[in-house]
Each structure stands twice: as C-alpha cells, then as structure tokens.
Design a protein around this ligand. Sequence first.
Ligand code: AMP
Length: 161
Amino acid sequence: MKLVSSKNLSEYFIIVGCGRLGANLANTLSEEGGNVLIIDKNKEAFRKLSPSFGGLSVAGDGTDFDVLQEAQIDKANVLVVVTNNDNVNVMIAQIAREIFKVNRVIARLYDPERECVYREFGIDTICPAILSAKEIDKMLLRTGSTEKLDKTACELKEGTK
Ligand code: AMP
C-alpha cells in the first residue's frame, strides 16, 4: 500500500522521532516522492535514514518552538510524532494542532488508556499494544489457535513462497 498518492504528493510531512518507526516512515514517504522533514534530538538517529532519503533532517528537541519553526511547522499538512515518550508526543501533537493549526496530526501512544482522550482533541493516535493485539487476534482467527500460519507475515507482505 502506498502512503503517498498523487493527491498528497504536494503535501509537506513532518516526522518527529527518527527511531525505528520514524525512520522507516520517512524513508517510505521519501521513496514515494513525498516532501518530508524529520526531527530528532539525537543526530546519530539520522543514520537510520536510507542513503536515498531525499528529505531534510533537523537535529533538535521537538518540543522546542525554535526547532518547530525551523522545520516550518506552519506549512506542514501532516505531522507524525513518534518519539519514545508519550508525554512528549502528546505535547508536540497539541502544539501542532492548537498553535500551528496543522491539519493532520498523528501521535504514537504506548499507553492504550490515553488513546480515546486525545482523539477528542483532534489528534489521531496509534497504539502499538492495541495494533499488536488486533494482529494476533487476526492470526488466530485465520488459522485457529493450534495451527501455525503456513506463511510468515513477511512472506505474505512480499507475496513470496
Ligand atoms: P524509537 O524508540 O526507536 O521509536 O526511537 C524514538 C526516537 O525519538 C529516538 O531516536 C529519540 O532520540 C527520539 N526522541 C525522543 N524524544 C525526542 C524529542 N523530545 N524530540 C525529538 N526526538 C526525540
């Protein structure tokens, strides 16, 4: 599934947190021709970006207004916050929505209990624990609890074997 369609090719994506998820997302969006900028407080994190990454990177704390302004957050159509800290993610997501009026804000939250609260503030949330539970549920439904899947998730994704 493509993340960037011809409809949102001209959109400006900001990602905060260049960890495993953030870097992966930035690489994919950039490969698909998206206009991407990624922020991380640790510049070593940018090593996770692929050599062909065509976007920009800013080293700095995503809660810092100067950093967000350097990233031209006021021009962002989409902001994805995936640092490893729920409080930081929520703070940045709220700054983006309330102050800079970013249209689409998506935040990762490790704590499933908080998810619905932030939805009310117009912040979309993804919760790895809930997503994983749903996937496990789907796997068990597909095969029953005693049988193993005949293909691994990777093989299914790549359409191999
Ligand atoms: P991961 O745990 O692999 O998803 O990585 C999370 C990333 O978020 C790491 O590269 C951290 O350096 C980064 N990070 C954590 N807090 C902040 C922050 N306040 N601003 C920018 N990046 C951050």
